[in-house]
Design a protein around this ligand. Sequence first.
Ligand code: PLP
Length: 403
Amino acid sequence: MAKVRLAAAGALGRAILPNVDAVVADARPTDPLLCLRPATIAAAARQFAGCFPGDVLYAVKCNPDARVLRALWAGGIRHFDCASLTEVELVRALLPAAEIHLMHPVKSRPAIRNAFERYGVTDFAFDSAEEMAKILQETVPVGLVGDPPLLGLFVRLALPKGNAVYDLSGKFGAPLGEAIELLRTARPHAARLGIAFHVGSQCLDPDAYTRAMALAGEAIAGCGVAVDIIDVGGGFPVSYPGMAPPPLADYIAAISAGVSSLPSGVRLWAEPGRALVAAGGSIVVQVLLRRGDTLFVNDGTYGNLSDAGVPAFRFPARRIRPGRPEDPEEELADFGLFGPTCDSADRMSGPFRLPADMQEGDWIELGQLGAYGACLRTGFNGFDRTELVEVTDPPMLVTPGYQ
Ligand SMILES: Cc1ncc(COP(=O)(O)O)c(C=O)c1O
């Protein structure tokens, strides 16, 4: 019976539904339910693009769902940072007028060639001479060498480990000396020459951007050639329980301060992911079993809740019992969660703050999962089912600077 009703919810997934509680009351979902808030996503995009002093590229990896991409477009985003040919194809098919940038520093040759030849991508990132050679070889047709360059070439600059919640300093980036050499070598081949960096995801320190821009300024001074664009990457944070980031305005101020380290006329880009889409998605899970202060639920670290595992993100949580509105006086307790797979790594320590009398059959809505949620899902152990509905609920947590 539950399955039949859930199928009905799947059909409704294309309609705008009133709110999460109504969907749960109607569908009584026994599989995880992804609740998408397109209006929230469009509003965050408008807010960010409205105050960032440059072009805003959405980092598609964060949530590549077609409804999300359309909501971002509705919110005014016209540039998309892709990491793979699949992402390029997706964006080009869905948003033919989008400007696509392939900003992964290490790509396969077919990805470079097809992005350029078939999908009109001309902007590429790299952090080594070898990768730059691949880009030039795969994009400059034999016989056309010497034509005015049309590529945008972006040197990814290594940053020291900062204090972002999700460190990204270990894998990519050329150290300053190498970056200077790469800029010099790339200049004659570039219609646009840029420096890109990433301060780490969920960066709680606005000054990290100012410091990274100062390093980019050193690279510009050292290379002795003109640099057109500084891409300050992603990393812009959102609120989670127990983690209230500085307001967006502080990040914009830090970036504006960083401009003083750069020659005049250098343009700015940003590649936000999390900040644009986190609040626009939540996951409704159902309790399968209670064991003390641990709840076994039907979604977990191999599903939509990967970041609740080892990265130990805490997500805002609330119980849904159809027909019983939340009681603000209710006694609350801290719970850990176990996901549905047989792997004992499928655990989420939280703690998640929920009513003390949680029991089997209760639903829980977990918020801020529009970012790095569904895109990390696997089919491990056969738990790969998630229904999707669009809802008009406000976000479960508001980040300072966003409505
Ligand atoms: C190159 C690049 N740009 C942008 C992003 C988006 O970062 P965030 O979601 O922290 O804004 C990432 C995330 O890993 C990235 O690797």
